[in-house]
Design a protein around this ligand. Structure first.
Ligand SMILES: *Cc1c(COP(=O)(O)O)cnc(C)c1O
Length: 547
């Protein structure tokens, strides 16, 4: 892409030792320094304005057009540009085509605004460049990480003081670990569950981690392992099924009840049915979701937890989204039962409002992670606090520093206020949707997430008639309308809600396209949401004939 303001006279740049050392250590000259300062000042002290000014400007360039501008696959031998030029280009030419996820009108995804100080913290973490794989490259940071992990563990499991005294800095035990994201946190939890189920036997089988799935199934006389989860579970569970070798078709989807929570009767029946195979099929884990990605609903964790403990099944809670709700005294009860979980996933880059990307997984039993322990003689040694010993990742940045600082800056009450704002704004939004004749609320917000669709009142009446064929054909049309409205609003570039497809109905399931709204930006208020609905109404009225 062409650079707009010419920074300095074009001279041929060459990579030699002298110039290399200059760019390695400091800005090449005073001019460069001033340009860096100009942008960094905006980013560090006026993040919101910076994003408003530079990111996601509504210039309509299609993805196809953009992709045609990025087809150069060669790397120059000599430098093409100076640092100042590259930074200017990044901010002036690339950022406008990125997405301003911090806009209060961007309410479609779980990626949103973050407190400005997160950028400072991330910068410091980058500057320190600690590697948590081993103590030799992180020292106090590994120790600090163990402390943060114990703090979050305490929010989830509320063990007593002596428990945390014993484990907070215990080199032999692990209360959890940081991962790249929620996906890897889920995979880690299920990896541990798998290894805890298919442990070494007295007859010489040395465990699944060592011998693999075939030998394990032979040693245990089993045909397959399954994981049970609601059909609204995140697709990372399927990835886990593939990676862990049990096959992703063995992630069994249990249907949901009218409130989008796992149907306990069906879960119970499935467990019974599997038990009747006399061990030929084994349940590796049951997963409860605390905040489904699509509807934000929370499975009945207490009931699932009790069912799992009766049947001695690993209970994993995917609280990637909803976990931080535990910090709200007002709403933490929604997650009652999470303390029964053997493992819990929570994302930092969602409702801990941290930058991309950081996830975490926690375990009730401080020794259970021993089943995924690995050593390399040059990296980590048994009995050391090298955090890479029990981790799916190798080298890893110190996101724990960011979480620790953020918790200090905000307090649990600060987070609680953010989370409560999201939940309460979502409730107001649901009321507003119900008031408007053109809209139909599809799933009420349990947390800060709801779905709705355009479905005018007269059509809603027709849908309530007991005529499946008619209903099907109306829903097909509505699906098309909702898809179009969502796309046109996104393309107009002022607001963004996402869309998903829910399978709805008792006797006959139908795929229903819904608009999905996630409220986590404290700047998003009901007036902004009303404007988003106004715009959708307007688009619908203008384009109704086209669809
Ligand atoms: C977001 C999410 C995940 C996956 O997390 P990533 O950080 O995107 O990998 C898993 N489960 C649930 C319920 C989620 O909302």
């Amino acid at each position: 892409m062409k650079i707009k303001n010419n920074i300095s006279e074009k001279t041929e740049l060459v990579a030699n030792w002298q110039t290399l050392m200059r760019v390695f250590i400091r800005p090449e000259n005073e001019e460069t320094k001033l340009i860096l300062l100009k942008y960094m000042e905006q980013i560090l002290f006026g993040l919101n304005n910076f994003l408003k000014k530079h990111v996601g400007i509504t210039e309509k360039v299609s993805l196809k057009e953009l992709s045609m501008r990025f087809t150069d696959t060669t790397i120059n031998k000599n430098p093409e540009k100076k640092l100042a030029e590259v930074i200017t280009e990044l901010i002036e030419d690339i950022a406008p085509h990125a997405v301003n996820v911090a806009s209060p009108y961007f309410v479609g995804h779980m990626t949103s605004a973050m407190p400005f100080f997160m950028v400072h913290l991330k910068t410091i973490v980058t500057a320190l460049n600690q590697n948590l794989v081993k103590i030799e490259t992180s020292k106090v940071v590994s120790i600090l990480e163990k402390q943060v992990i114990a703090k979050i563990h305490r929010i989830i499991y509320k063990e007593d003081e002596s428990f945390y005294k014993e484990h907070v800095q215990n080199a032999k035990t692990t209360l959890g670990c940081f991962t790249k994201d929620g996906t890897l946190a889920n995979i880690t939890a299920l990896w541990v569950a798998r290894n805890s189920l298919l442990v070494p036997t007295k007859d010489g089988f040395s465990g699944i981690e060592e011998e693999g799935i075939d030998a394990a199934y032979k040693a245990y006389g089993i045909e397959r392992c399954v994981i049970l989860a609601s059909k609204l579970s995140h697709y990372s569970l399927k990835k886990a099924g593939g990676i862990l070798g049990i096959g992703n078709q063995n992630i069994i989807a249990i249907d949901v009840d009218g409130n989008n929570r796992i149907n306990l009767d069906l879960l119970n029946k499935e467990i019974k049915k599997i038990k009747q195979t006399g061990g030929r099929i084994r349940i590796l884990a049951v997963v409860g979701i605390a905040g489904t990605t699509e509807t934000g609903t929370i499975d009945p964790l207490k009931e699932i937890g009790m069912l799992c403990s009766e049947n001695k099944i690993h209970f994993h809670v995917d609280a990637a989204w909803g976990g931080p709700t535990l910090m709200s005294e007002k709403y933490s009860h929604l997650l009652d039962g999470i303390e029964l979980a053997d493992s819990v996933t929570i994302d930092c880059h969602k409702q801990f409002y941290m930058p991309m990307s950081s996830g975490m997984v926690y375990f009730k039993n401080p020794s259970i992670m021993n089943s995924i322990e690995y050593h390399a003689s040059y990296v980590n040694r048994p009995g050391s606090v090298d955090l890479g010993i029990k981790s799916i990742t190798g080298s890893r940045e110190a996101n724990s520093i960011i979480l620790d600082c953020a918790l200090k800056i905000m307090g649990t009450q600060g987070y609680a206020l953010l989370i409560e704002h999201g939940i309460e704004t979502a409730r107001k939004f649901a009321e507003e949707i119900k008031k408007r004749p053109d809209f139909q609320l599809m799933t009420s917000p349990e947390l800060n997430l709801l779905t709705y669709r355009i479905c005018p009142a007269d059509i809603r009446e027709k849908l309530s008639e007991d005529n499946f064929e008619q209903r099907q054909s109306i829903n097909k049309k509505l699906n098309k309308i909702n898809r179009t409205v969502q796309r046109l609003q996104r393309e107009a570039g002022k607001s963004f809600v996402s869309r998903t497809t829910l399978s709805i109905g008792n006797k006959h399931k139908e795929d229903i396209v819904v608009l999905r709204c996630v409220i986590m930006n404290p700047m998003t208020n009901i007036n902004i949401l009303k404007k988003i609905l106004d715009e959708q109404e307007e688009i619908y009225r203008c384009h109704i004939d086209e669809v």
